[in-house]
Design a protein around this ligand. Structure first.
Ligand SMILES: O=P(O)(O)OC[C@H]1O[C@](O)(CO)[C@@H](O)[C@@H]1O
Length: 549
């Protein structure tokens, strides 16, 4: 990867954006809409099933053109093509970044180190499909011959958030006689609550870990194995029927006692946070079935192809990425809210937190130099209507700039209550009302015209001018989920490319892991406390006292 010659904030395209921002000043969305009656239909894109409205952003045609100039000058398209070709763009780990190969069609050819990886991807998908069908049909039985009815995925980070999120999203597609649980926290309470009402004879544990060394996962997997063997009163040979592994590390899997015949493989060119469409999605595939899983992969692929081939003016991930760069750099926006108006998307934002913040939470560029521009935002949010009664107050009338994505669907997922009360229209009326209120607000004149007492006018005024993207689709299907995730994956890519950071490593999570290993013996045996700083040593002492040690 060639070092970038000019630092981002010294590029003429960056300077031009800065000047443009000054000219834009406090221009209000009310003015932008008044000046262009077509804005609401012109500032839109259709990608697959996703309709994107970016008209309620603090941008003009000129802003968008200048942002595209920045993308061109920073080589976003070149890096994108290098990623799709399988080049090792994750330079600090010397790895290719090929999650796009996980959803490539069978006849595609994508090479890493001279080898086409697509046949191996499909071989694993086929094995996953055969195994899923065995569980779904009851053909696969536990050690005592009973049918498997409970599936517990044990993993953390990318080995948990993706399948756990997607299981919730696609819950209405899941096989109802199977129970799914997702365990991630090393706090034993997580596993305890997940298994306490399960019959071990009917329980399958899926141990999901790319490295198979992650302490939380291995600890939970060890406890799960003990729980199973103790409660079934059987020996270790029962493990084969109740444990499967999803990993890149066959040696560690076998060292743990899981037969590698029961291991579903993926590869080091799949980042953890980009992995739930790999073998890491096994629990999801069992839940929704192989056909639905493949529909989801097709959705991913559709957006991959869009990102790879659409011109800059019509490229949705590029646009979303650029808008984020614009607000971070020129409006000092520190965070980005993702607000789904679908209960099924309740874990969607938590998933995006890892995708975005682990990817772009960096402060040195690709060459190791400190950046002096903003990188990834704090990503946050929960399903919309609940948020309206909690934190939306701050978005509407607080002092911060918080760009937000609103995601909603025209058709409700089939519901037992369908036809009783028109709940979905009410949900979506809130969805549209919020972006309208955020954009246009309510002027003091409008407040006064309602006869509000003068001393309350300021309190009841809504400044408006809060930027939002609206993403609307007909229905939340497996394909639409794949489309949405790929859209965000590539948005994150675009931003990392512009900021000139490595979006595919995560060195920032290492230090805490190393320190935890040193602190554990202090807590357990009281040994080594003298090596700690005085705050941590005092806290560890307090902990031991409270623990009765
Ligand atoms: O799948 P593994 O190797 O257990 O890793 C789990 C998670 O830990 C991290 O490496 C760091 O927290 C994530 O990137 C990853 O998704």
């Amino acid at each position: 990867m060639n070092a970038r010659q000019t630092r981002l904030n010294q590029m003429p395209e960056w300077t031009a954006l800065g000047k443009h921002r000054e000219q834009l000043g406090g221009t209000h969305l009310r003015e932008l809409f008044a000046a262009d009656p077509e804005r609401g239909s012109r500032y839109t894109l259709q990608v697959g099933d996703l309709y994107l409205d970016h008209s309620k952003h603090l941008v003009t045609d000129e802003t968008l053109a200048l942002l595209r100039d920045l993308a061109a000058a920073t080589g976003v398209a070149g890096l994108r093509d290098a990623m799709f070709r399988g080049e090792k763009i994750n330079t600090t780990e010397d790895r290719a970044v090929l999650h796009t190969a996980l959803r490539a069609p069978r006849d595609a050819v994508i090479e890493v180190d001279g080898e086409n990886v697509v046949p191996a991807v499909h071989a694993v998908l086929d094995r996953m499909a055969a195994f899923s069908e065995k569980i779904r049909s009851g053909e696969w039985t536990g050690h005592t011959g009973r049918r498997i009815r409970n599936i517990v995925n044990i993993g953390i980070g990318g080995s948990d958030l993706g399948p756990a999120m997607a299981y919730e999203v696609l819950r209405s597609y899941t096989q109802r006689d199977l129970t799914f649980r997702f365990v991630s926290n090393v706090d034993g309470a997580d596993l305890h609550e997940a298994v306490r009402d399960l019959d071990p004879a009917e329980t399958l544990f899926i141990i999901a870990s790319k490295t198979f060394t992650t302490i939380e996962t291995i600890t939970n997997a060890t406890s799960a194995r003990d729980w199973l063997l103790t409660n079934l009163r059987v020996g270790p040979d029962a493990v084969a029927k109740h444990f499967v592994a999803l990993s890149t590390n066959a040696e560690k899997v076998s060292g743990f006692g899981i037969d590698t015949a029961n291991m579903f493989e993926f590869w080091d060119w799949v980042g953890g946070r980009y992995s739930y469409d790999s073998a890491i999605g096994l629990s999801l595939m069992i839940a929704i079935g192989p056909d639905r899983f493949r529909e989801m992969l097709d959705g991913f692929h559709l957006v991959d192809e869009h990102f790879r081939t659409a011109p800059a003016e019509a490229n949705a991930p590029l646009l979303l990425g650029l808008l984020g760069v614009w607000y971070g750099a020129f409006f000092d926006a520190q965070s980005h809210a993702v607000l789904p108006y679908s209960h099924y998307l309740s874990k969607f934002t938590a998933y995006l937190q890892q995708l975005d913040m682990e990817s772009n939470g960096k402060s040195v560029d690709r060459d190791g130099n400190p950046v002096d521009w903003q990188t990834g935002p704090v990503v946050w949010g929960t399903p919309g209507t609940n948020g309206q009664h909690a934190y939306y107050q701050l978005i509407h009338q607080g002092t911060k700039v918080i760009p937000a994505d609103f995601i909603g669907f025209a058709k409700p997922v089939p519901s037992l209550l369908a036809g009783l009360v028109p709940q979905h229209d009410l949900l979506m009326a809130n969805f549209f009302a919020q972006t309208q209120a955020l954009a246009f607000g309510k002027t003091p004149e409008e407040v006064r015209a309602e006869g509000v007492a003068e001393e309350l006018v300021a309190h009841k005024t809504f400044k408006g001018n809060h930027p939002t993207t609206t993403i609307l689709a007909e229905e939340l299907t497996p394909s639409v989920l794949g489309q949405l995730i790929a859209l965000y994956e590539h948005k994150v890519f675009v931003q990392g490319a512009i900021w000139n950071i490595d979006s595919f490593d995560q060195w920032g999570v290492e230090l805490g892991k190393v320190l935890a290993k040193k602190i554990e013996p202090v807590l357990t045996d009281g040994k080594g406390g003298e090596q700690l700083d005085s705050s941590t040593a005092t806290l560890a002492g307090k902990y031991r006292t409270l623990r009765g040690r």
